[in-house]
Design a protein around this ligand. Structure first.
Ligand code: ZN
Length: 267
């Protein structure tokens, strides 16, 4: 299923300074934001670009702005599928920046811009800024919650409902109701065969929720599409918003100071 989707490319082209686009960075207060954004490099990611590769040391934490990244699990025989999606609500590479190994390959599925911070700088900013730290924790918690939600979703909800959920979440990440999308990617994303995806997409189109021409999805009736999506769309969106709000409101009292590197070895 993975074959033909992953491409080895190096499309990194420097772009202007970060302004806005990633919801984690944009949730910071002005003091932390100014300090952290000065370390953000904005790049353009092409579809197929590998941002983290299993077993390979990496040096960046990515903050998608309008691109969408896929975390891919691969089996011994080379087959694989997406097990996580990261858009402008999250970041990719945080555990790696905090000392973990690269356990999964992450690739760009929907081209667009992303900010990125060098791992060394990320560690220093993470130690120094409590709201940044709280938001990063909240983001990872929300992502973990969503992965758990997907287990239920993939087990119980129909392909049509899952398809509607994913089209909505992709629109939110792109901040646009019109975007490019292939059946191949949708099939890969949902972990189902293409004929099933084609049927689901056709059904959503016949009901009047979307149009689909020449590889371009257009959501023409968002309220209808939301009513056709499973509850997981709303559940995940609300949980993310609550997590970020709570981290902003409570970070001074709920998040203890992170031990500085210089004190970690003290006994
Ligand atoms: Zn669901």
């Amino acid at each position: 299923m993975l074959a033909g989707i992953v491409k080895t490319v190096d499309p990194f082209v420097p772009l202007p300074t970060y302004d806005r686009g990633n919801r984690l960075l944009d949730a910071l207060d002005s003091v932390e934001r100014d300090a952290i954004v000065s370390h953000v490099f904005v790049i353009e990611l092409a579809s197929g670009a590998v941002t983290h590769e299993y077993g390979v040391d990496d040096t960046w934490v990515y903050f998608p702005m309008d691109c969408v990244l896929s975390v891919v699990a691969t089996l011994e025989d080379g087959q694989g599928c997406e097990v996580g999606t990261i858009g402008n609500e999250g970041a990719s590479g945080i555990p790696i920046a905090l000392g973990a190994r690269v356990l999964r390959t992450t690739i760009c599925q929907v081209a667009g811009r992303s900010g990125r911070i060098a791992i060394g700088a990320f560690g220093e900013l993470f130690e120094r800024f409590s709201l940044f730290r709280a938001i990063v924790f909240a983001s990872e918690d929300a992502r973990s919650f969503f992965v758990e939600q997907l287990v239920v979703c993939n087990t119980i909800h129909t392909i049509e409902k899952r398809c509607a959920r994913w089209l909505l979440s992709l629109a939110d990440r792109k901040e646009s109701d019109t975007y490019e999308l292939t059946h191949e990617y949708l099939s890969f994303m949902l972990g189902v065969r293409r004929p099933s995806v084609t049927l689901a997409e056709r059904r959503l189109r016949e009901l009047g929720a979307i149009t689909y021409r020449y590889g371009i999805i257009r959501i023409v009736d968002r309220a209808l599409l939301e009513s056709l999506a499973c509850e997981c769309y709303r559940t995940a969106a609300e949980n993310f918003r609550r997590s970020i709000d709570a981290s902003r409101e409570n970070h001074d009292t709920l998040v203890r100071p992170y031990p500085l590197r210089s004190s970690r070895n003290e006994t």
